[in-house]
Design a binder for this molecule. Structure first.
Ligand code: 6GU
Length: 242
């Protein structure tokens, strides 16, 4: 899978060198490339923003550097993929976008090429979206949740991790994906490890639920299902339509 990220803060994405994503990159399962939007400006100050036409607070990202960045990134991606017809999906992290859920991560994990375009300030000039769509490039706006971040970079860290760990061969144990929170539509049940009886620092003896020690797989599965439903009802009734 190829992922390009266009941002004015490439350093923000350096955690993608670490852990599972870093390993996927070193193993060749993921070709992740960072691009600095300011490299596609031509003035002394490397200006990427300007005041909003019509007035209002804050600054807006100018369209010209974005168009140059996309031209460069699309050409470089096609060359790397060895396919001069390859079409990326362009994802704009945006608090006004469609919520980014497990189903979106699942479907994007099957794509060969994604470009994340990180806005900052009040946003990107609307004509950039229009232009991409008119050139036949699929664009999506995705939000992490109902709160505002200063830019898309943190959202790209989250979305990339959610997507890349689902790419076949990237996660060590594929079974752990099947049962985890949000893949089933329920939150995950409580889990325990040894010791079976633990005395916490406050002096309480805390035992692992007995059913888990029973060796009875049917009863264990039923208990876990009940716990998952109860937990979901308490924490996320919206997932149950309640
Ligand atoms: Cl994707 N971007 C920004 N800037 N803020 C957000 C967000 C994304 N998701 C939630 N808040």
């Amino acid at each position: 899978m190829r992922i390009d990220v266009i941002t004015i803060f490439p350093e923000y994405l350096h955690p993608l060198d670490l852990s599972l994503i870093g390993k996927a990159r070193r193993d060749g399962a993921l070709d992740l490339q960072l691009h600095n939007l300011r490299d596609f400006t031509h003035d002394r100050h490397r200006t990427v923003d300007d005041t909003p036409v019509g007035g209002g607070a804050g600054m807006v990202m100018k369209p010209e550097p974005w168009a140059e960045a996309f031209a460069h990134v699309i050409e470089a991606g096609r060359r790397a993929l060895g396919d001069d017809q390859a079409q990326p999906i362009v994802i704009f992290p945006n608090p006004a976008g469609e919520p980014f859920r497990q189903a979106a991560a699942q479907s994007l994990s099957g794509e060969q090429w994604l470009i994340f375009a990180c806005g900052r300030y009040e946003g990107i000039d609307e004509r950039v979206y229009e232009y991409l769509r008119d050139t036949g490039i699929e664009t999506r706006l995705h939000s992490l949740g109902d709160y505002v971040l200063n830019g898309g970079e943190v959202a790209v860290l989250a979305m990339t991790e959610a997507i890349v760990r689902l790419v076949p061969g990237v996660l060590g144990n594929p079974e752990s994906i099947v049962e985890e929170s949000h893949s089933v539509g329920l939150l995950e049940y409580p889990i325990y490890t040894k010791p079976a009886s633990w005395t916490s620092p406050d002096g309480q003896v805390r035992d692992v639920p007995e059913v888990l020690m029973s060796g009875h797989h049917g009863r264990i599965a039923q208990w876990r299902r009940e716990q998952a439903v109860q937990r979901t009802r308490e924490r996320r009734p919206d997932l149950l339509g309640e």
